[in-house]
Design a protein around this ligand. Sequence first.
Ligand code: FDA
Length: 302
Amino acid sequence: MPILRDFFIKLSENQLLNSAAQRYGFKLGAQSVVAGTNIPEVIESMKELNRQGISCTVDNLGEFVYERSEAIKAKEQILEVIEAIHENGVEGHISVKPSQLGLDIDYDFCYENLMEIVGKAHEYNMHVNFDQETYARLQPTFDLMEKISETYDNVGSVIQSYFFNAKENVEKYKNFRLRIVKGAYKEPADVAYQDKQDIDLNFIEIIEYHLLHGKFTSIATHDHNVINHVKQFVKDNNISKDKFEFQMLYGFRKDMQLDLAKEGYNFCTYVPFGSDWYGYFMRRLAERPQNINLVTKQVFNK
Ligand code: FDA
């Protein structure tokens, strides 16, 4: 399986394939895990989830941003999404990737873009999550979160449990709303655990720490073992349901998403949309090559 994982991660990083995928449209079965290509479509998907008692975090997909104009375009689109969420009265917040807003171009430029987004969301009492990407962007992303939190309180980020410094970071940033994940990128052995068991153990420890000591915790996983462990842990430690939520990606384990919402847990679906779906989709295949089933179903059920 690690070979397949590396294969799909490599594909996710391929710019040529990324632009070909955009040019040739919304294909390869991505529509089962991407909630539309434009704002009206994503709002409809959110309404449907809201009807089932599920809130959403929306990600306007975008990768490989090296030009200021591309980052500005992404910022404008995200501002439009915030406006649309507010106007339509749907329950949801925003997830952004700092690289999409210019982090790889210039830190201060990215800061200005993020400030505008967080400021707009703040007007509507909406949270903004800074998604975490590769190791090189980890500390700059936390720095941006901290700096922006001096002005606005509606920001948070992600702890990737595969990093050796994940525990240190969850302690350092415990007063932020944090999403805890295993980690989706290929990282070298000098900064990240490579073994699934080590990652899973660290994941549980970090979740428990933030549930006990932190602000609101988003437990983002499709792993039923972890979810069952958390259910028991919050019960044993009298942690109330308004202190945390479960999160999963749009289109994955839909029955479990609904069941958790029905059981009275706060549940939030990560809803990606847009034409730039290629890298996101390849990373999902890297995590779980069985997800290729989703692709084949889409192709053959037509
Ligand atoms: P994992 O993939 O380890 O699976 C564990 C077990 O769960 C499997 O062996 C299987 O038994 C079961 N399982 C998993 N998926 C299944 C499925 N579809 N159907 C049936 N069984 C299944 N990463 C990152 O680096 N930065 C980020 O900002 C984010 N953000 C984020 C938000 C949200 C809402 C989620 C859910 C995930 C992320 N991630 C992320 C991705 C994350 O780091 C991780 O790569 C994936 O969630 C995969 O790990 P899991 O914990 O889901 O279980």
